[in-house]
Design a protein around this ligand. Sequence first.
Ligand code: FES
Ligand code: FES
Length: 148
Amino acid sequence: MKISLMINEKEYVTHVKPEGMLIDVLRHLGFTSVKRGCDSSSCGLCTVWVDGLPILSCGYLALRALGKNITTIEGVQEEAKKFGTFLAEEGGDQCGFCNPGFIMNVIALKRQNKKFTDEEIKTYLMGNLCRCTGYASQMRAIQKYLEV
Ligand code: FES
Ligand code: FES
């Protein structure tokens, strides 16, 4: 069926099957920053926002996003660039495959504009897996980013 979706404040018209997942629609439309890892809601790679809240697009029906605002990392470039600087400085930027989903969650955390303990940060990001960094460098980058 033909649907229109708002992605990064722009309207896109596309075709989708009733059982089609949002990740497939986004990647088909060229948002290849949305990465596919596990495809079973376990790795966090496919994280995007729907109405400002992080969701796993591999487990989210595209039809559920009708009438909502979808945001990918392309829609938050300035914030992503800023956090990316901290990530690079702390050595938390290696193969980079996990970055788009991870960064979407970190920016969502930052936008809550609150103080978080290390444990709260870890709990919030426990769904974002990374095969390269061991998480310590990412954690240092997040702590510094949340302070500015
Ligand atoms: S690809 Fe969606 S959570 Fe892994
Ligand atoms: S930097 Fe390679 S998976 Fe995270």
